[in-house]
Design a protein around this ligand. Structure first.
Ligand code: ADP
Ligand code: MG
Length: 639
């Protein structure tokens, strides 16, 4: 007997399921796409156990004829394609005819559906790929698919699932995105009876963005309007050149995200991942936001169905453009234009000959200090007499304020994990530091315990004399380290200090944030937050960790949720705890642009020296720079 066998449908479906159904959110995606393809205008999604126990999608679409309902569970059965040429221009979200049989092979599925031109509907039950029951049933027009016990017969897949809350967060994020692509439809999502998203039809995309993200985010966005470009080359006499259209929103350059989680790309209303579009987006922001930062973007690219191949991957999340470089340039230029029209305030320095009062963000500021002030051999202007002045200041007893002068710096909000940015008017005497040496991050902290504080630079950096060198300490970062360790110790001992708020702070969460919040609520509470649901997806915060200013509490919570979403899906409890502590420490610590008296400086240096890990802040930035005596001697040509 030959060795080759044709696989049974049961096995083939399970293999397809491996590609199509990766996790509960993939089931939701396939079912939602089917509902949208069926012309539904009301989509309701209910889940339990992060989608593992239950996923139910109901729609008011055109439903299925009774015979079709039976057929839908056959492999490669679809109403959306009939010939291979159809594959060249796919207008529906589905086309492979794989989703229903795949899902039914790895779960218990019930389908209830009725088409408008039939009097009764059909109810089918399939489990593990086998039809269990099929009966006529009195139903309203539309379709409802209920999927229970996902992967009950695929233990290997089950093991790869994350916690219920993580899976729920994926589902919430997916439904949110589809709701953005279809503002004219209503979407409702609930988990175990708790409503996570409920949006009614609206006319404009902007209104949907507002419904989903709230006013805060919407204000930070630039509406692209509708931008179009037609391919220039003529394809044929009677054929119009293909037209591309871009709509959506991008964030102002001031908004900087530390990952791609806030970039949503749709091609012909299909949510996709795509390199060409990502590259175009980053090219549009080139020079406007620093490398390593990402914007928020919600992009809808529309084009002829024959311009894009969607049959690239079984889960249909990737596409291939027929004209990649045209698409890239069009998208880049369209976003660029919108950014320019909205006159962004540049977050980066002006070119070389910066005006004296140019505002620089912290990272740029520090780079520039190195590049221009410290590395350069000789200053253009004579050094200011900082050193004698320093020596004159007494450092013991009630000291005068020890600041080297310089105008105050204005601070604005940082993207994590940056330190609070310094907005510093660039002094025209930069380069005045009187020696030619580059400081190094202090490798050993042995000297730290007996530093003699000398003062502050720009009310932001502490300068101190050590046994064998000169130290510059970032006051914010240093305090962050001190607080981080203190908070973790208090947390471990169950002695967290909290401050009740006079007025509860009401926050509006996105569905994904809500899911994230549910996941880490216990940890937040143990860390000093007290919050409760306040209708819909709002949260009333009644107490916060001590030391965080009232104005910072909101930012702190959103930041924690963002970190949780970005880095902590499936992280251990300990990781969550440390991340929460790091965020609280960052918000509660001494800021830059803060005058400190000698007493506080001494206290801070002592407290830093007493930490377990004084070299760096919880996010890994160095706390101190040090000029060794050797470097100083070299600078004065004494070596
Ligand atoms: P595909 O979407 O690729 O065609 P599916 O397995 O997802 O394959 O669905 C098979 C067929 O079942 C679809 O082609 C469609 O005719 C029908 N169908 C599935 N879901 C619905 C729905 N919610 N409303 C109406 N028809 C549906
Ligand atoms: Mg489908």
């Amino acid at each position: 007997m030959g060795r080759i066998r044709i696989l049974s449908d049961e096995v083939a479906n399970k293999i397809a399921a491996g590609e199509v159904v990766e996790r509960p959110a993939s089931v939701v995606k396939e079912l939602l796409e089917n509902s949208l393809d069926a012309g539904a205008t009301e989509l309701r999604i209910e889940v339990a156990g992060g989608g593992r126990r239950l996923i139910r999608v109901s729609d008011n679409g055109h439903g299925m004829l009774r015979d079709d309902a039976m057929l839908a569970f056959e492999r490669h059965s679809t109403s959306k394609l009939s010939s291979a040429t159809d594959l060249l221009s796919i207008a529906t979200l589905g086309f492979r005819g794989e989703a229903l049989p795949s899902i039914a092979s790895v779960a218990r599925l019930a389908l209830e559906t009725r088409a408008a031109d039939e009097h009764t509907g059909m109810r089918l039950e399939v489990a593990g790929g086998r039809m269990q029951r099929a009966e006529e049933s009195a139903l309203a027009v539309g379709t409802q698919v209920t999927v229970r016990d996902l992967f009950y017969n695929v233990p290997a897949r089950r093991k790869f699932l994350r916690s219920d809350q993580t899976e729920l967060a994926h589902i919430a994020s997916l439904v949110t995105h589809y709701s953005l692509a279809h503002p004219d439809k209503s979407f409702w999502l609930a988990s175990e009876g708790k409503e996570l998203l409920s949006v009614t039809p609206v006319e404009r995309l902007r209104d949907r963005v507002y419904q989903v993200f709230g006013s805060r985010v919407t204000e930070e966005l630039i509406d692209l309007g509708t931008r179009e470009r037609r391919l220039e080359e003529k394809l044929g006499e009677d054929q119009a050149a293909p037209l591309y259209r871009l709509r959506g929103f991008v964030s102002r350059p001031q908004v900087q995200k530390s990952n791609r989680n806030s970039i949503f790309l749709f091609v012909n209303r299909r949510l996709i991942r795509d390199r060409v579009l990502l590259r175009a987006l980053s090219a549009a922001y080139y020079n406007l936001i620093p490398a390593g930062a990402f914007p928020f973007a919600l992009l809808f690219l529309g084009c002829g169905h024959e311009e894009v191949d969607v049959n690239v991957h079984p889960s249909k999340t990737e596409v291939r453009f027929r004209r990649q470089s045209f698409v890239h340039d069009f998208v880049r230029d369209a976003i660029r234009e919108a950014l320019v029209e909205s006159r962004p305030v540049s977050a980066l320095p002006q070119p070389a000959q910066a005006q004296p009062a140019a505002e620089l963000p912290y990272s740029e500021f520090s780079q520039r200090l190195q590049a221009e002030a410290w590395v350069r051999a000789l200053p253009e202007t004579p050094p200011t007499a900082v050193l004698p002045e320093l020596v004159l200041h007494p450092t013991r007893g009630p000291a005068p304020r020890l600041d080297f002068g310089g105008p105050p710096l204005s601070v604005s909000e940082p993207p994590r994990p940056q330190p609070p940015p310094l907005r510093i008017p660039v002094p025209d005497t930069h380069g005045a530091f009187p020696f030619d040496a580059v400081p190094e991050p202090a490798a050993s902290m042995a000297e730290l315990a007996d530093l003699r504080p000398l003062g502050q630079i720009h009310e932001s950096f502490i300068v101190a004399a050590g046994r064998d060198g000169l130290w510059i300490i970032d006051q914010h970062v240093a305090h962050e380290r001190v607080l981080f360790e203190k908070i973790l110790k208090e947390r471990a001992a169950g002695r967290v200090e909290r401050q009740p708020l006079l007025m509860p702070l009401i926050l509006q969460l996105t569905p994904a944030q809500e899911a994230e919040y549910q996941r880490i609520a216990g940890e937040l509470e143990a860390s000093g937050f007290e919050a409760e649901a306040y209708g819909g997806r709002s949260l009333a915060v009644k107490a916060a960790p001590a030391g965080v200013g009232p104005a910072d509490i909101e930012k702190l919570l959103f930041e924690i949720l963002e970190v949780a979403e970005r880095e902590l899906r499936g992280a251990s409890l300990d990781d969550v705890r440390r991340a929460v502590a790091a965020s609280i420490a960052c918000r509660a610590s001494i800021k830059v642009n803060m005058p400190l008296d000698a007493q506080r400086i001494t206290w801070l240096l002592g407290a830093l020296a007493a930490t377990d890990c004084p070299m760096s802040c919880p996010h890994g930035r160095p706390t101190a720079l040090r000029y060794s005596l050797r470097a100083i001697l070299k600078g004065f040509h004494r070596l």
